[in-house]
Ligand binder design. Structure first.
Ligand code: 2IT
Length: 447
C-alpha cells in the first residue's frame, strides 16, 4: 500500500483508536481505492477522504424504559448520519448487546458505498442500541421502541434520514417505532422502511436481502460458466437474511445443509427445504436465540455445539450472521474443504486476514457491500412506494431487485477490470461505490 491511503487510515486511528470494527472497514475501503486516489488529485486537494471518514452527524441518546416488573433500565441509543452526498441517510438500526459507536460507525461507513452501488438516491447512515430484544416480552420491546423513538423522531424523516431493520430489529420493532413516530409527528409517512404490509411496507422486503445475495452469487458463477444447480451450500445464521438466502438457493436447485447461531450449528444433510425453510421464521419469532430446536424437530438433522459451520465441506459458503464470523482459521478450513466461492450476506463477516487467505488460495469472494445491497435497494423502493401513495406487487419488486443486483455485479466487475485487477469483486465494489460518492461530493462542494 502507498502512503496516500495510509495517511487517512492513520487519521482515523488517531481519532478513533477504540473502534476496531470502524478502523477495519476504513482500512479495507481506503486500501482498495488507492489507485482511484492516485488518479484523482482533486480528491486529495479537496480533503474528500478526511470528510468521508468523518460522519456528518452522530447522535447519542439515553433510552430509559420500564420492564414488566416495574424495574427501570437505561440503554444507549445511536444514529450516525454518515454521508448524504447521494440522498437522505439510509440504513438500518441494530439492537444487540455489543452495540457501541465502533459497530454503528463500521456499519454506517459500509452503508455509504453499498447504497452507492445500488444506483439509487440514498446516502449512508446506521443506528441502534445496546438493548437486546431476545428474551423480552412484546410489551417490553414496545416500551423500549417508544422510548427510543421519543428521541430519534426529531432527527429522521422521508427526505432526511430513513432507518430500517438490522440484527435485532425486525417487523415487530419497526411497527412499534413507526407507531411512535406517527404519534409524535402527526405525519403518516415513510420515515422508516421494513414496515408491515398494512402500513406502507413493501411486498418482498423481508426476502430482499437474501434473494439479492443469491442473484449476485448467480452472476459470480455465471462469470465462470457455472450455475447453482446441484451445488452444496453452507450458510450461517437462522434469521431473516439466512431464510431469504435459503429460499432462493432452493429455487435455483442448490442444497443448503447448515444453519447456525452463536452456540453451534445444525447439520441437515437432507437439505433445508420445503416446510423446514419457513420453520426458520418460527425459530426466530420464538425470541430465544437458539437454532438447536431445528435438530429436535427434524429427524436427520443434528446439532453440533460450540462449532462453526465452516468445518462442513461444501462448494459455496455464505456467512449470513454477523461481523468477523470467518477468521483466518475458518478460512483455512474453507480452503481445505475445497471451496470455490464465498459470498458475504452479513456485513463484514470475513476478517481482513481471512479475505487475504481466501483470495490467495483462489476462492472467489462476493463482498457484502455489493452482495447484500438488495435489502437496502428494496428499502429505497419502499420509500418511493410510500412517496407515491401506492403499492407495488411482489413481481414488480423482485424484477427490479434482480436488475439492480445484476447491475451491481457488472459495476464491480468493470471497476476491477479498469484498474487492472482482473475479476476482484472486493476491490471492484469499493472502487465503484467510492467513485460514485466522490463524484457527488466533488460537485456539492466542501460541506
Ligand atoms: O445492512 C443493511 O443494508 C441493512 N440492514 C438494511 C438497511 C436498510 O435501510 O434497508
Amino acid at each position: 500500500m502507498g502512503n496516500l491511503a495510509q495517511q487517512y487510515i492513520d487519521i482515523a486511528k488517531e481519532h478513533y483508536p477504540h473502534e476496531p470494527e470502524f478502523l477495519e472497514t476504513v482500512t479495507e475501503v481506503l486500501t482498495s481505492v488507492e489507485p482511484l486516489l492516485e488518479a484523482h488529485p482533486e480528491y486529495i486537494e479537496s480533503g474528500l477522504v478526511e470528510r468521508l471518514i468523518e460522519p456528518e452527524r452522530g447522535i447519542q441518546f439515553r433510552v430509559p424504559w420500564v420492564d414488566d416488573n416495574g424495574k427501570v433500565h437505561v440503554n444507549r441509543g445511536y444514529r450516525y448520519e454518515f454521508n448524504s452526498a447521494l440522498g437522505p441517510y439510509k440504513g438500518g438500526l441494530r439492537f444487540a448487546s455489543n452495540v457501541y459507536p465502533g459497530i454503528i460507525k463500521f456499519l454506517g461507513f459500509e452503508q455509504i458505498f453499498k447504497n452507492a452501488l445500488t444506483g439509487l438516491p440514498i446516502g449512508g447512515g446506521k443506528g441502534g442500541s445496546d438493548f437486546d430484544p431476545s428474551g423480552k416480552s412484546d410489551a417490553e420491546v414496545m416500551r423500549f421502541c417508544q422510548s427510543f423513538m421519543s428521541e430519534l423522531y426529531r432527527h429522521i424523516g422521508p427526505n432526511t434520514d430513513v432507518p430500517a431493520g438490522d440484527i435485532g430489529v425486525g417487523g415487530r420493532e419497526i411497527g412499534y417505532l413507526f407507531g411512535q413516530y406517527k404519534k409524535l409527528t402527526n405525519r403518516y409517512e415513510g420515515a422508516l422502511s421494513g414496515k408491515g404490509l398494512t402500513f406502507g411496507g413493501l411486498a418482498g422486503r423481508a426476502e430482499a436481502t437474501g434473494y439479492g445475495v443469491v442473484f449476485f452469487l448467480r452472476e459470480m458463477l455465471k462469470h465462470f460458466g457455472d450455475t447453482l444447480e446441484g451445488k452444496t451450500v453452507v450458510v450461517s445464521g437462522y434469521g431473516n437474511v439466512t431464510w431469504g438466502t435459503i429460499k432462493k438457493l432452493n429455487e435455483f436447485g442448490a442444497k443448503v445443509i447448515t444453519i447456525s447461531n452463536h452456540e453451534g450449528y445444525v447439520l441437515d444433510k437432507d437439505g433445508v427445504e420445503g416446510d423446514k425453510v419457513d420453520y426458520l421464521l418460527d425459530l426466530r419469532a420464538s425470541g430465544n436465540r437458539k437454532c438447536s430446536p431445528y435438530a429436535d424437530k427434524y429427524e436427520n438433522a443434528e446439532f453440533i455445539p460450540d462449532k462453526k459451520p465452516w468445518e462442513v465441506p461444501a462448494d459455496i459458503y455464505i456467512p449470513c450472521a454477523t461481523q468477523n464470523e470467518i477468521t483466518l482459521e475458518d478460512a483455512k478450513q474453507i480452503v481445505a474443504n475445497g471451496a470455490k466461492y464465498l459470498c458475504e450476506a452479513a456485513n463484514m463477516p470475513t476478517t481482513p486476514e481471512a479475505v487475504a487467505y481466501l483470495k490467495e488460495n483462489g476462492v472467489i469472494i462476493g463482498p457484502a457491500k455489493a452482495a447484500n445491497a438488495g435489502g437496502v435497494a428494496c428499502s429505497c423502493i419502499e420509500m418511493s412506494q410510500d412517496a407515491q401513495h401506492t403499492f407495488f406487487t411482489p413481481e414488480e419488486v423482485y424484477d427490479q431487485l434482480e436488475k439492480i443486483m445484476v447491475n451491481i455485479h457488472r459495476q464491480c466487475e468493470e471497476a476491477s477490470a479498469v484498474y487492472g485487477l482482473g475479476y476482484d469483486l472486493v476491490a471492484g465494489a469499493n472502487i465503484a461505490g467510492f467513485e460514485r460518492v466522490a463524484n457527488a461530493m466533488m460537485a456539492e462542494g466542501i460541506v
